[in-house]
Design a protein around this ligand. Structure first.
Ligand code: ZN
Length: 203
């Protein structure tokens, strides 16, 4: 199982980090050891003092595929939920400055939280999916699949040219504006279309 992540997929978030709009999706991968499931807490890593949350829509891969065309991509995913792409922003900034890979900042143990998922329906591909993050019961981040530069089917078409999708893989689709730090003792709550999907303690 692997976790495929997309960077810079919302126009607002690109402005926030003053990045250029890319011509094709920025893709990175987290190993299976990065996965944090809904029964666990997030333990703040000792190597960072600036861990940020990035709330993202997450899709689960339902069957093996490569070189998938966008028009058939919906057949390769079966569930949607929320994820947090935990990012050690201090380490990422240092790595970016040197032009080095991001893994230490993005792919560390527990850096890929995935909520419980719900089955996809046909309307998920025609209507937008909105989502929201609360930190200590205060709204800090809101997103909507409408605001993605590349939708999930376009992402699958791009990703599967390079990486074979396997059953059980997760695709993180990028974060909207509003990323920010977490501290020990924080409580994160995720809402998908107004329904509470997870609570996660930062320890
Ligand atoms: Zn992200």
């Amino acid at each position: 199982m692997k976790i495929i992540c997309v960077g810079r997929n919302y126009v607002d978030h690109i402005k926030e980090l003053s990045n250029d709009k890319p011509t094709d999706p920025v893709i990175f991968i987290k190993p299976d050891t990065a996965l944090l499931d809904a029964s666990q807490a997030f333990y703040y890593p000792a190597f960072s003092t600036d861990v940020h949350y990035e709330l993202e829509l997450v899709f689960r891969v339902a069957k093996v595929g490569k070189n998938i065309q966008a028009e058939f991509a919906h057949k390769y995913i079966d569930a949607v939920g929320l994820g947090i792409d935990f990012t050690a922003r201090d380490i990422q900034s240092r790595l970016k400055d040197k032009g080095l890979p991001w893994e230490k900042a993005k792919a560390f143990n527990g850096s890929a939280f995935v909520s419980t998922l719900r089955p996809l329906t046909e309307s998920d591909f025609t209507n937008s999916i909105d989502f929201e993050l609360l930190k200590n019961n205060v709204s800090v981040q809101k997103g909507d699949s409408d605001l993605m530069i590349w939708n999930i089917c376009e992402l699958i078409a791009d990703i599967s040219q390079y990486f074979t999708l396997k059953t059980g893989d997760y695709i993180f689709t990028g974060t909207p504006a509003g990323v920010g730090p977490v501290q020990k003792g924080d409580q994160l709550t995720g809402l998908l279309q107004g329904n509470k999907l997870f609570e996660l303690a930062i320890k």
